[in-house]
Design a protein around this ligand. Sequence first.
Ligand SMILES: [Zn+2]
Length: 206
Amino acid sequence: MTIASAPPTDPDGTWLPQARRVPSPNHGPRPSGVTLDLIVVHAISLPPGEYGGPYIEQLFTNTLDCDAHPYFQTLRGLQVSAHFLIRRDGELIQFVACERRAWHAGQSRWRARPNCNDYAIGIELEGLDGDVFEPAQYQALAALCQTLRQRYPTLAAVVGHEHIAPGRKRDPGPGFDWVRLQALTGWPADCFADVIGPTTGPHTRR
Ligand SMILES: [Zn+2]
């Protein structure tokens, strides 16, 4: 088992003290013996392109009123979650303990390994594929990545949902600056090899 064990004071798994805790019921056990080695970055806004409402938290806690907006009809019955959400102002919210398997990636594949939810930590940015992201979000994301990698040294790479579910998902999209995230983390190019190609440009390597 390469996942770091939770400290004894936190029997439910790892919840970061700097995050506001909004527990989601949408999670399960990770497969035993799995190596926690991937960070998946997403973008979400509800309704799409509108920021600041309570709807993402409601979606991840199965409390969204699907009659509140026409778009929400498409979300009826959906049970999804991510470990973390970073809002436009940089606020960090945690929905699922890091040791648990959150439901963010769906059908997905990374470096020939299917089912990324098994071995990934999912981080949602409040945003929209095609839109840009706020400086406060980059700062919060980089800080979160640092914290996670200190706790889970097996974390080896950062990718977007679009890279592990190509053709099906487009988030975080072209408005997300991977070079900026790499610079803020100071992590080696290896960690961003799937998203920043040395000669071929972003988003082309697999
Ligand atoms: Zn996504």
